[in-house]
Design a protein around this ligand. Structure first.
Ligand SMILES: Nc1ncnc2c1ncn2[C@@H]1O[C@H](COP(=O)(O)OP(=O)(O)OP(=O)(O)O)[C@@H](O)[C@H]1O
Ligand SMILES: [Mg+2]
Length: 290
């Protein structure tokens, strides 16, 4: 039983295909991180999930109430954060006590709760937006770039909030262009590029898919790059070495090919790369890795 089920979702605007056949699922107690560059379609997908816009084709099913933070939510500037949330509680038929609870969860202090919204910093606005998404403790939470504008400590706090939601059985879908952040908190990650889900899996899966990268110290970088390209490997030349993404080719095969071509190999060692680098490679691959 999935909380969120998206099937072959397409959203076309006049000249832009914002979503081009996206399918994904989020289970209760799972954090799914949607990662992509600007314009990849993250917000569009979330807008469809919350019913703000309709898809051109495909389906987006949600099982339960969805609490969401999408782009900058509108709050009354002269009212405090607390009163703003109490107004939302009234509107949604929730007890007002929910407002204080949600603010507590996101760590907006008692004093800040009572300040006028227009005096809020970007980070405080963001926390208030997340608190609004959590009113009534919905089983599904959709957060579009929840760490936008947060300082490093607040980012850590937000991760704890997300993990608590997961522990409570909530299905959480969040987006970010900060890949390193998603890597730390998401159970599964989907990479969205130009409206297509080009890669999906656990953080470990995606790492493996990118393939190991090795640094190869050689006497002739140009010749070595040519050998790597003959093996259809992506090679990045350096001064006296090159970096090669091995993909399906084992390191000893690359070594043998280099030696056979008369290249002297002085060193061959694995390079640990961040998931961010792996993602970017997958994305620049134009979706071939999917
Ligand atoms: N109302 C609209 N009319 C026309 N095009 C739109 C509209 N909304 C979004 N788009 C286009 O759809 C594409 C996806 O936009 P979307 O906002 O979903 O991307 P995003 O991944 O959220 O990007 P960002 O990281 O910048 O927030 C973009 O090319 C955008 O210009
Ligand atoms: Mg967006």
């Amino acid at each position: 039983m999935r909380s969120i089920e998206v099937r072959s979702l397409v959203k076309r605007y006049r000249s832009v295909t914002a979503l081009d056949g996206v399918s994904l699922e989020v289970a209760p107690g799972e954090i799914y991180g949607l990662v992509g560059h600007n314009g990849a379609g993250k917000t569009t997908l979330m807008r469809i999930l919350t019913g703000l816009i309709a898809p051109t084709s495909g389906t987006a099913a949600v099982r339960g109430t969805v609490g969401s933070l999408i782009e900058s939510p509108a709050f009354y500037p002269s009212m405090s954060g607390l009163v703003n949330l109490q107004v939302l509680c009234d509107y949604w038929g929730l007890p007002q006590i929910e407002a204080g609870r949600a603010l507590e969860v996101v760590g907006l202090s008692g004093r800040d709760q009572k300040r006028a919204f227009r005096q809020y910093s970007l980070g405080m606005k963001q926390r208030l937006g997340v608190a609004a998404a959590l009113l009534g403790q919905p089983p599904i939470v959709v957060l579009d770039e929840p760490t936008n504008g947060l300082d490093p400590q607040s980012v850590v706090d937000m991760r704890r909030v997300l993990r608590d939601l997961r522990a409570a059985g909530c299905a959480v879908l969040l987006s970010s262009h900060l890949l390193a952040e998603v890597e730390q908190v998401a159970d599964r990650v989907g990479v969205l590029a130009k409206g297509r889900l080009v890669a999906e899996g656990t953080v470990g899966d995606l790492r493996a898919r990118g393939g190991a990268v090795v640094e190869v110290g050689v006497n002739d970088v140009d010749a070595a790059v040519a050998v790597a390209r003959r093996l259809k490997l992506v090679a990045e030349p350096g001064e006296r070495a090159l970096r090669v993404r091995l993909g399906r080719v084992p390191a000893h095969e690359l070594n043998a090919a280099l030696v056979a071509a008369g290249v002297e190999v002085a060193l061959l060692r694995p390079v640990t790369e961040s998931l961010e680098d792996a993602f970017l490679d997958i994305m620049t691959d134009g979706g071939k890795a999917a």
